[in-house]
Design a protein around this ligand. Structure first.
Ligand code: SAM
Ligand code: SF4
Length: 455
C-alpha cells in the first residue's frame, strides 16, 4: 500500500487501551499511514488516554501539549485525543490544547477514518463523543504481531454498570455491552493463525459477559475459546468478587488452557468503606470466594487492586486492609492512592484523606506486600513451572550473574502469572518450556530449562 505519511500512537492506561490503540492503528494503516516510534516525525499524533486517576489525565494533556510548537512548523500535522479523557472533556479539551484537531470519544472509533479524511480536507476542531451501543471491530494489522508475537489482549465487552462511587468508567465508557461469541472466536482464530499462543480476554467485569445479550455465559465463552487450535493459554481480567460464579471457578479448574491465575480486586478490607464504595460485597464474602478458589485450584495465583485513602478511611480501616492482605497472601497487588474524579459520586463525599497521609498508607501497603511477594517467590525454589516463552529478557544486563555474560537470557510467564527468567540458546517465543526455579527476585523468578517441547 502507498505510504500517505507517518502516524504515532501514544497509549496511557489499562490493557483495554492497549487493545483499542491496536484498532486505531489498524484504521490508520488502512488509510495508508505507517507507524513511527518518533512523534516528531509523524503526520498524525494520537494520544489514547485514561481518566481513571488525575495523574493519568494530566499525562495526556502534557503529552499532547508538547506538540503545539510542531504544529506551528508543520500546519498539516494532525493531533488527536482519543479514549476516556476525550469522552470526559469533549470540546473543553480545546481550552487547554488549542492546537488539538480531533477529540475522539470512547464510542467514536468506528468514525475515526471519516474524521481523519475531514481533517485532511481542511476541517478543524472536530469533537465526537456520541454514545453508541455498537462495539467497533477490526481485524488486527500485521504490525500488531511484530510487537508481541506470542500474547494478545482481546476485549470481549465494553462499559460497566456497577457504578463504584470512586470510578469514572461507567461515565466515560458507557453501559455494559458484550461482543458476540462468534466474533470473539473469529478474532482469536486469526490471532492463532498468526502465531499468537496466549490471549487475555478483557472486560470491566467479565463475569457478567453476555448477560444482557442472552448469549453464552463467561464460562461458556471460555469453553469456546479453549476449543481453538494452537491457543495454548487463556487469561482474563477483570472479575468482580460479587459476580464470581461457581460455574466460572469450575471452568477454571476443568479447562487446561485457562491459566491458574485470578485478578480479583478487593479495593478495601473494611466493610464500611466497601459499602461507601458501592462494591456490593463484604470482606467476609470476598474471603469465602478466596477459600472456594483455593479449594478448587490449590496452586492458583491471586492478585488484586486496592485503593487507599478513600474519603473518611480511618487508620484502623486501612489496617483492616493490611490484615486482609496478610490473610489472603496475594501473589501481587496493584495499589493506588484514591484520586477524586469529578464525574464520580465520591468526589462529593466529605472527609477526604490528606495527600501526605494517603501516600504514607500507600507506601506502607506496598512495602508490606513486597515482603509477602518475595517470601512466596522464595518458596517456589525447586519447583518446576511451565513457562510460555515471550522473548529475550530485559534482565540479562541487569544483575543476573548466574550464567556467563554472553548466555542469552529469555523471559516468559508461569500459568500463575509469575515472570520467569532463564538462560537458553534454543528456546524461542511461543515455545512452552519446563523451568526449574532456582532463585527469586522481588518481582520475578529465575530458573533453568529442564527440557523443551513444542506443541
Ligand atoms: N473493573 C475493574 C474492577 O472492578 O476492579 C477495575 C477497573 S479500574 C479501571 C482499575 C483500578 O483502578 C480499580 O480496580 C481501582 O483499584 C483503581 N481506581 C479506579 N478509580 C480510582 C480512583 N478514583 N482513584 C484511585 N484508584 C482508582
Ligand atoms: Fe469501575 Fe467498579 Fe465498573 Fe470496575 S466495576 S469499572 S471499578 S465501576
Amino acid at each position: 500500500m502507498r505510504c500517505n505519511g507517518y502516524a504515532h500512537i501514544h497509549t496511557i492506561g489499562c490493557q483495554m487501551n492497549v487493545y483499542d490503540s491496536e484498532k486505531l492503528r489498524a484504521v490508520l494503516h488502512s488509510l495508508g499511514y505507517q507507524q513511527t516510534p518518533h512523534p516528531e516525525q509523524a503526520d498524525i499524533i494520537v494520544c489514547n488516554t485514561c481518566a481513571v486517576r488525575h495523574k493519568a489525565e494530566e499525562k495526556a494533556f502534557s503529552f499532547l501539549g508538547r506538540f503545539a510548537r510542531n504544529k506551528q512548523k508543520n500546519p498539516h500535522l494532525i493531533t488527536v485525543m482519543a479514549g476516556c479523557v476525550a469522552q470526559q472533556e469533549g470540546k473543553r479539551a480545546f481550552q487547554r490544547l488549542p492546537h488539538l484537531d480531533l477529540v475522539l470519544g470512547t464510542q467514536a472509533f468506528s468514525r475515526f477514518n471519516r474524521h481523519i479524511e475531514a481533517l485532511k480536507s481542511g476541517q478543524r476542531r472536530i469533537v465526537d463523543t456520541e454514545p453508541s451501543d455498537v462495539i467497533f471491530e477490526t481485524q488486527p494489522d500485521s504490525k500488531a504481531f511484530e510487537e508481541n508475537p506470542v500474547s494478545k489482549f482481546v476485549t470481549i465487552m465494553q462499559g460497566c454498570d456497577n457504578f463504584c462511587t470512586y470510578c469514572v468508567v461507567p461515565y466515560v465508557r458507557g453501559r455494559e455491552r458484550s461482543r458476540s461469541w462468534q466474533s470473539i472466536v473469529r478474532e482469536i482464530e486469526v490471532l492463532a493463525e498468526n502465531g499468537i499462543r496466549e490471549v487475555t480476554l478483557l472486560g470491566q467485569n467479565v463475569n457478567s459477559y453476555g448477560a444482557k445479550e442472552n448469549g453464552p455465559s463467561f464460562a461458556g465463552l471460555l469453553k469456546k475459546v479453549a476449543d481453538i487450535d494452537n491457543i495454548y493459554r487463556i487469561r482474563f481480567a477483570t472479575s468482580h468478587p460479587k459476580d464470581l460464579s461457581e460455574d466460572l471457578i469450575r471452568a477454571m479448574a476443568d479447562l487446561d488452557k485457562v491459566c491458574n491465575h485470578l485478578h480479583l480486586p478487593i479495593q478495601s478490607g473494611s466493610n464500611r468503606i466497601l459499602k461507601k464504595m458501592n462494591r456490593g460485597y463484604t470482606r467476609e464474602l470476598y474471603l469465602s470466594r478466596i477459600d472456594e478458589l483455593r479449594a478448587a485450584i490449590p496452586d492458583i495465583g491471586l492478585s488484586t487492586d486496592i485503593i487507599v485513602g478513600f474519603p473518611t478511611e480511618t487508620v484502623e480501616e486501612f489496617e483492616d486492609t493490611l490484615a486482609l492482605v496478610a490473610q489472603v497472601q496475594f501473589d501481587s497487588i496493584f495499589a493506588f492512592a484514591y484520586s477524586d474524579r469529578s464525574s464520580a459520586p465520591a468526589a462529593r463525599f466529605s472527609g477526604g484523606v490528606d495527600e501526605t497521609e494517603k501516600m504514607a498508607r500507600l507506601n506502607r501497603l506496598l512495602a508490606f506486600q513486597d515482603t509477602i511477594t518475595r517470601e512466596k517467590n522464595l518458596e517456589m525454589a525447586g519447583q518446576v513451572v511451565q513457562v510460555l516463552v515471550e522473548g529475550i529478557s530485559a534482565k540479562q544486563h541487569d544483575g543476573f550473574v548466574k550464567t556467563t555474560p554472553d548466555t542469552r537470557q529469555m523471559t516468559g510467564r508461569s500459568p500463575a502469572n509469575k515472570i520467569v527468567h532463564f538462560p537458553s540458546e534454543t528456546l524461542v517465543p511461543g515455545d512452552l518450556a519446563e523451568i526449574k526455579i532456582e532463585d527469586a527476585y522481588p518481582h520475578s523468578l529465575w530458573g533453568k530449562p529442564l527440557e523443551q517441547f513444542f506443541q
